[in-house]
Write a protein that binds this ligand. Structure first.
Ligand SMILES: C[S@@+](CC[C@H](N)C(=O)[O-])C[C@H]1O[C@@H](n2cnc3c(N)ncnc32)[C@H](O)[C@@H]1O
Length: 287
């Protein structure tokens, strides 16, 4: 049984043209469209999945937003991690109930919300952000979604590289421009088998991250990949990929912390085979 909407809840309206509107319900509030008004009071008390009609006769489906809806619609400071990348990051960095995660930068808080959901109440997320304004913004976006800052989240303002030894996480998840600066601290502060995960938008950043991991001699099982999401149009006999897609967002790089081995020379790390790429064949074999 789903709880009915209350004042303060986030509410997603979808119209007949599949346009999506995210509202925060307020007693006496109103949502204005080209097709009239929907009073918030008409939404408060309704159930997830109901329908409402505006004063101009437009019908909207009324839904409690998923985290992916919120991330795409929430007010942004820094560029967020898109939902298509959130899933793979959580799975490949192996964020599980009870994990202790060091994250940076907090940015807009989108990845933080995904991490919090995955670690659950028995886990802990320490999220570090170097910019005060981004940290303040993230605090608001996180509070709006969760109704406050949960006990298992610590927001710190500073440089992530300086926090690794203090937090001693079992997972490090970075969405910062220079994740390789955290590799050396991670060789000392990340537990054996721990996961180092970096999300970077460009090839040189990916290359430098992987090289730093390899040169440290303390990381193995390095995997670099990107996730492509292609939505489909399914209408009658027109069943085909949509014309537009998000072509590129970022690369995901994950590696496991191991006891120190022989540091690799740069020439060895230039070997293209040394960076794992998930192929369809491997994926199939792994199942
Ligand atoms: C792309 S944004 C992160 C967005 C975030 N992952 C999200 O989903 O909303 C990158 C953030 O990292 C912060 N940053 C960059 N270098 C940092 C560092 N060394 N330590 C902490 N924060 C850092 C930036 O100020 C910026 O807010």
């Amino acid at each position: 049984m789903t709880e009915s909407f209350a004042a303060g809840d986030q509410c997603l309206l979808i119209d007949g043209k599949k346009r999506r509107f995210l509202l925060r319900l307020q007693e006496g509030g109103s949502f204005h469209t080209h097709h009239g008004v929907v009073d918030h009071n008409d939404l408060i008390g309704t159930e997830d999945g109901s329908r409402v009609v505006s004063t101009g006769g437009a019908e909207f489906v009324v839904l409690r937003p998923r985290l992916s809806d919120y991330v795409l619609k929430m007010r942004r400071g820094a560029q967020v991690v898109y939902p298509k990348d959130l899933g793979p990051i959580l799975v490949y960095a192996d964020i599980a109930p009870g994990s202790i995660v060091l994250e940076a930068g907090t940015g807009s808080g989108a990845l933080t919300l995904g991490l919090l959901r995955a670690v659950g109440p028995t886990g802990r997320v320490v999220s570090v952000e170097r910019r005060d304004d981004h940290a303040d913004h993230a605090k608001k976006t996180i509070s709006r979604w969760l109704g406050g800052i949960p006990d298992n989240l610590e927001l710190r303002v500073g440089e992530v590289e300086e926090q690794v030894l203090d937090v001693r996480p079992d997972r490090i998840v970075l969405d910062v421009p220079e994740p390789w600066h955290s590799v050396e601290p991670a060789t000392r502060g990340l537990g054996g088998g721990g996961v180092f995960c970096a999300y970077v938008p460009t090839v040189p950043q990916l290359q430098q991250t992987v090289e730093s991991l390899r040169m440290s001699g303390c990381f193995e099982d390095v995997l670099a990949f990107e996730a492509l999401l292609r939505t489909w149009n399914v209408q009658g006999r027109s069943v085909r990929p949509d014309h537009q897609m998000v072509g590129h967002t970022g690369f995901i790089c994950v590696a496991r912390k191991v006891v120190p081995g022989r540091p690799q020379k740069e020439s060895e790390s230039e070997d293209s085979d040394s960076i794992s790429v998930v192929t369809e064949e491997e994926e199939f074999t792994a199942q």
